[in-house]
Write a new protein. Structure first.
Length: 296
């Protein structure tokens, strides 16, 4: 006796009946789009941190006062080359130093009129252990006012300083997925209210909770997947449109960026889609079962 009305209910299209059913996919799309952008932010931060670590952990900059003689500079380079753990030593030319200062002083930079120190770029083995105080003492004996810039201590604190931003982006993703579940619960509740009399009849005729709940769970999953598809397309379009601008919003590190074909982007979108689908289906199922327990 219950096969006809139940089959009729099960065959209803995913967007039938109520306005919430039409709005739900777009709410899911918005939330997943926001979560996708937050995921891109996490990718860019991680990429920048890795690039910064790779760049800075193997570099050392020596600043030699401009008044130092050429002989003393040669002596400093000799000391550096003899130090274990140092791979290469490069004394920057005037043109190289000028290019470094252009962003602050403009172009051209009058180096001959400014007391700009001579810069020595030193490549070191990241795995090596160099006694920096001892090296500073050796170099200070040649030029007392010399300065060593060791970036390795700063590298160790990069991830600590960006943890708050990463946590915020993670919270945005979690909050967006929570709203996906909430919108699924709201749409399911609205659908239940719209067809309460039919559901009560099916319930009285002997249809079990699983039979009644399953179509609504499936529809919620379909709506979530449609919304995720819309959000994924919007996210890919955003990445493609901002592809040239993304380097401007990253830190000043030689990171490669992210594009529509990046596997990390697709992994983030796939993970968010799966999570959104599971949450939407579970939320709809829970909502229906709670409503059914209140029926006479």
């Amino acid at each position: 006796m219950i096969q006809l009305p139940f089959a009729s209910m099960a065959r209803l299209p995913p967007f039938a009946g109520d306005m919430a059913s039409w709005i739900a996919p777009w709410l899911v799309a918005l939330m997943v789009y926001i979560a996708g952008l937050a995921g891109i932010g996490l990718i860019l931060i991680d990429e920048t941190l890795r690039a910064s670590e790779n760049l800075l952990s193997g570099r050392l900059t020596i600043q030699v006062p401009a008044i130092a003689s050429a002989a003393r500079i040669e002596t400093i380079q000799a000391v550096l080359r003899q130090t274990s753990g140092i791979r290469s030593v490069h004394l920057l030319t005037s043109s190289e130093t000028s290019r470094l200062l252009e962003s602050w002083l403009g172009s051209p930079v009058p180096l001959e009129e400014l007391p700009v120190p001579r810069l020595i770029d030193v490549e070191i083995d990241p795995a090596s252990t160099i006694d920096m105080p001892k090296l500073a003492t050796q170099l200070g004996a040649v030029v007392p006012e010399i300065r060593l810039d060791d970036y390795r201590p700063a590298v160790g604190g990069l991830r600590t300083r960006t943890w708050a931003v990463q946590a915020l982006l993670g919270a945005v993703i979690g909050g967006a997925l929570l709203l996906v579940a909430t919108s699924a619960a709201f749409a399911t509740g609205a659908a239940f209210a719209a067809r309460r009399s039919d559901i009560e009849l099916l319930h009285l005729l002997g249809a079990d909770d699983r039979q009644i709940t399953q179509p609504y769970t499936a529809r919620s999953l379909v709506r979530a997947l449609i919304g995720c598809g819309i959000a994924a397309a919007a996210t890919l379009a955003t990445v493609a449109a901002l592809g040239g601008a993304l380097p401007l919003i990253r830190f000043a590190a030689p990171a490669g960026g992210i594009g529509p074909g990046d596997w990390r982007l697709w992994t983030v979108l796939a993970a968010i889609t799966i999570a959104a689908g599971i949450l939407a289906a579970a939320s709809a199922r829970t909502t229906m079962r709670r409503r059914l327990t209140r029926l006479p």
